[in-house]
Write a protein that binds this ligand. Structure first.
Ligand code: 5AD
Ligand code: FES
Length: 349
């Protein structure tokens, strides 16, 4: 057992603020004993804030058109092999109707950066969604937009915004994205979203190409300092039609360990057991919950488009109807002693 690691783990468990150098020790799979101690402490921390409730978010993948060319992403604009689709506002509202019947009280509208979804179209849609379902939260996950756009969408009723920072190291960011995208702008968007009043989600992939313990330490330090309301993490998984096709997938064990560390950095964070985790391991979601996650995001997109929203190869949950996906998840969550609740599931402050 590594003494310095064990002592750092104790300080994390005790709720101390850590330095970037401390997080470097926590950025690798630890020895078995320390790992189990961190996991148990993460589960206890989660239960103190959220009990054994797991929140569900209905994920509606509104478009796979994207003007960006992220090197890891299956819907990047240079992927010519992909059949593109976009959902109309009417189709999106029908997905939400189905979701509401199934007990979802949060809808996540996620998509590539697609100019079809103007501020006007989105504001109308958000306004209609919130009028029809005033007891629901609307979360947006539509990438980088202007400050003005973020303000208008918030004024129209959007409650939350997910924008993974992807990596908190500027040089690493530049190796994952083409030159036209910028780390500074990404970070600026996150701070703007916070100032406007959104509940904000950040996050990153585990095992993305060129990631090191050093870059991961920066991610963890950033999470501590920014304290996002949500944090999405999942293993990097290669997609055959991207420049990163031949890179190895991220480690499941490291992802689970980092879920526990993030839970301990911020005990009230909303932490999803992601689809990427479920894709990497058939019991990935259950393992995620047992590591400290408290959110699952079943797919509400129309089955006919699901396979087309493929960020990485072999994505899970693309064949099931929404109701099946929800039931399957409820059973999985119950199998590890937790329960899915019908609730907006806001962050507890
Ligand atoms: N593997 C895992 N996660 C991915 N994402 C995009 N491409 C991949 C991939 N190949 C993640 C990114 C993005 C989110 C929507 O999905 O972190 O922010
Ligand atoms: Fe569009 Fe990454 S290429 S989200």
């Amino acid at each position: 057992m590594n003494e310095r690691l064990s002592e750092t783990a104790n300080r994390l468990i005790a709720g101390e603020r850590l330095r970037e150098a401390d997080f470097r020790l926590l950025a690798a799979v630890p020895d078995k004993e320390t790992g189990e101690r961190l996991r148990a402490a993460a589960v206890a921390a989660r239960e103190r804030v959220y009990g054994r409730d797991v929140y569900v978010r209905g994920l509606i993948e509104i478009s796979n058109h994207c003007k960006n060319n992220c090197l890891y992403c299956g819907i990047r604009r240079d992927n010519r092999a992909l059949e593109r689709y976009r959902l109309t506002p009417g189709e999106i509202l029908s997905c939400a109707d189905e979701g509401y019947r199934l007990g979802f009280r949060t809808f996540v509208l996620q998509g590539g950066e697609d100019g079809y979804y103007t501020d006007k179209l989105l504001c109308d849609l958000i306004f209609r969604l919130k009028s029809r379902y005033p007891d629901c939260a609307v979360t947006l996950s539509l990438g980088e937009r202007t400050d003005e756009s973020y303000r208008l969408l918030f004024a129209a009723g959007a409650d939350r915004y997910l924008l993974r920072h992807e990596t908190a190291d500027a040089a690493h960011y530049a190796r994952l994205h083409p030159g036209e995208m910028s780390f500074e702008n990404r970070m600026r968007c996150l701070y703007t979203l916070r100032v406007i009043g959104y509940q904000v989600g950040a996050g990153f992939m585990v095992g993305s190409p060129f990631q090191t313990a050093g870059t991961l330490a920066k991610d963890l330090y950033f999470i501590q300092e920014f304290s996002p309301d949500m944090c999405g993490i999942g293993p990097f998984l290669p997609h055959r039609e991207t420049p990163f096709a031949a890179y190895p997938a991220g480690s499941l064990r490291l992802t689970l360990h980092l879920l526990s560390v993030i839970r301990l950095i911020q005990p009230n964070v909303l932490l999803p057991a992601t689809t990427a985790l479920a894709t990497a391991d058939p019991r990935g979601r259950e393992k995620g919950i047992l590591a400290g996650a408290n959110v699952v995001m079943p797919n509400l997109s129309p089955v006919k488009v699901r396979k087309q929203y493929e960020l990485y190869d072999n994505k899970a949950c693309t064949g099931e109807e929404s109701a099946q996906c929800k039931n399957c998840l409820s059973q999985r969550v119950a199998s590890v002693g937790y329960r899915i609740v019908t609730d907006r599931g806001d962050v507890k402050k």
